[in-house]
Design a protein around this ligand. Sequence first.
Ligand code: SAM
Length: 283
Amino acid sequence: MENAYKETKFLMDKYHISANKNLGQNFLIDDDVVNKIVETANISKEDLIIEIGPGLGTLTSRMLEKAGKVIAIELDKKMVAILQDRFALYKNFELINEDVLKVDLKNLIQKNKKNTKIVANLPYYITTPIIMKLIEDKLNIESITVMVQKEVAQRLTAEPGTNLSGAITYTVNYYCIPEEIMVVPNSSFIPAPEVESEVIKLLIRKEPPVKVENLENFFKLIKVSFMQRRKTLINGVTNSNFMEKELFKQILTKLEINEKIRGEDLSLEDFAKISNECIKISK
Ligand code: SAM
């Protein structure tokens, strides 16, 4: 873990930095992990890389050498001052001092007219809203390569219809092809987080894998199915007033789906079929 470690220690000393826990600051100090993230992102001079939470710039510095352009979005003013200093001579570097959840990424990507990839060691306290923003805003991006908490990684990359899956698994699988890249021990960071981490890659699909008549209805159905994990699909649907019980039972019978089934037992295709039938029946 030589270079990233020395670099981090040096910058923290030079600028009198202590990591801000509230901002999810865990700096990467493991060269193998840094290299693996950059290699996985498959960066070329044609690419615009949007980095979320560059921190002291460990990943950023490696990506600046390979990418056409890197736009880094960092909330912490202290980090911003360091990054401005550190990368002042790079013409392909742009820094946005803002909460990533407030940035108009669509506009940013359109303006730059480049093949766009997202890369980040994410702040764990807002992993889910960031991932949801990246995939639900239907951005024109090729892939998302991110470090997240291991537990979250397992949910995001789970096979739909297995017991590791949750509502977000289905959303991710609808929009992306997820891949687990590597598990990262907490000793790879300063300070060490309490949990293990994992690098994952989400390759954005060009076409959705199933045909859905009404996306809002489809995602709502998935959401209500997972609101009470231990309960049956019918319970979730009727308790949340998604649909009247008898009507929903008719749909399941028609599709030859067992009434006692739980959300986590259904595939993406099953949810699509049920949702499409709900739309048909309510017309
Ligand atoms: N990329 C650095 C690294 O790998 O060492 C730092 C990663 S650290 C886990 C997460 C970074 O996200 C921190 O620099 C933190 O200040 C920044 N951050 C936290 N909340 C943010 C937000 N809402 N928008 C943008 N950046 C944020």
